[in-house]
Design a protein around this ligand. Structure first.
Ligand SMILES: [Zn+2]
Length: 99
């Protein structure tokens, strides 16, 4: 029997869904860049986590030379590096229109 694939669950407390999205923001210090992760979530919880990410973003203190984009929603795909995850702009627009 093959091992079941490794699954990641939504970070929301008591949510039993599998995580489908990563809420993250592109960060750079001018030399290296990475995706700063705020949370992993399912489709239903994406709005909550995007909101949470934006609050954390508003509170983040950057030092000189650092840049941080507002957080977005990225489609979580196993085996893909952060840099290649696809940003879900349409979903973001839809969720932000609700708040
Ligand atoms: Zn969830």
């Amino acid at each position: 029997m093959p091992m079941p694939p490794y699954q990641v669950f939504c970070y929301t407390k008591d949510c039993k869904n599998l995580a489908k999205y990563k809420i993250a923001a592109r960060w750079s210090d001018g030399v290296v860049g990475e995706l700063k992760t705020y949370g992993l979530c399912c489709e239903e919880c994406a709005g909550i986590w995007l909101e949470r990410g934006r609050q954390r973003f508003a509170e983040s203190g950057l030092t000189v030379g650092e840049t941080l984009e507002p957080p977005g929603i990225y489609l979580l795909e196993r085996g893909l590096r952060d840099q290649t995850l696809q940003r879900q702009c349409e979903l973001e627009k839809r969720l932000l229109a609700l708040t």
